[in-house]
Structure formats: structure tokens, C-alpha cells
Design a binder for this molecule. Sequence first.
Ligand code: ZN
Length: 198
Amino acid sequence: MDYYGAQMGKLIEQLSSLPGIGSKTAQRLAFHIIQMPADRVEQLAGTMVEARKKIRYCRECCTLTDQELCPICSNPARDKSVIMVVENTRDLAAYEKTGKYEGVYHVLHGAISPMLGIGPSDIRLKELMKRLEQDVREVIIATNSNLEGETTAMYISRLIKPTGIKVTRIANGVPVGGDLEYIDEITLLRALEGRIEL
Ligand code: ZN
């Protein structure tokens, strides 16, 4: 990429290190950025820096938030005795969009994958078990229906069973391997309503 000069090369290289951005897209973005007004570029960069600095994990459910407690956990109208376990904050957002779920969440930030070397201690499971010491009557496992999601669901259900708390799994209406965030609201609701006890 020497023909662009070192500075441009560096920008393209850094952009292409982002997920889903290949070298062509990185080049297009880089050229777009250098043609943007300087103050817009500063604003964009500043927003990134600030978000990275301020966004953290909710003390209760581990979702990403800029408060100590996320808006869902701090909402007194939400039923704290029902916890839906999801893989990431995007999955939480997908269920929130349905507007029909009144419980709270727990965000694992990943799924168990022996193939990728991701074990139970690499996701937010300890935090979930700690929450179960409070008054919880149901844990709904809404991990994805791919191999990792199923492995995680099985592991969690085995972990929780001895506590006597009801453990359910969302129904199979969710396409195999489907990322929860891309599934429409009706399918999500159907999966939630048709959940089965493990
Ligand atoms: Zn929370």
C-alpha cells in the first residue's frame, strides 16, 4: 500500500482490522474520511474514544451501559425473578424490541466453544450464578441454536438444576445457526412463548 503514503496506509490498515471490513472497504472508508470536514472527523473520533471510556458492564446483568445499573435493571416495573440468558447485548436488544418481555436479562458475552478454546470461565457465568442467590423463579436460556449456543444451554441448565430454580429453553422456532439479532420479532416471541422446561 506504499503508493498511498505511510499515513494513508496506516489508516487503511487500521480500518481493515475491524470486523467485516475487507481491504477494499477500508480503502473506500479511508478516502471518505480524508475528504470529510476536519471537525466531522474529530467528532467521529471523539465519539469513539468517549464511548470506549464510558461504556461498561451493568453491575447486575453485565450488559453494556454507561450507568452502574442499566435502564432495564434499574426499572422497578421489570420482574427481577425471571432472568433471560443471552449471548450478547445485541440479542438483548432483539428481545427488547418485541416489547413483550417483562423480566430481566443476563448477558454472557459469548458462548462456550471447545473448538475455539472458550470455556465456562471465559463468559459471564459466575456472575449469573451469583444472581441466583437472590429470589429467582425462572431462568430462560436464550442462547443461539448453533453448536456453541446449545453447548452453553446444556452447561447452564446442569449448573442450575441442583438449585431447584426452573430452567427453560426458548423453542426451536429460531433457525439453526441464526443470530438472534436477525430474527424477526414474531419468531422471537413464538420462541419465547413456546419455551420448554429443561
Ligand atoms: Zn442490567
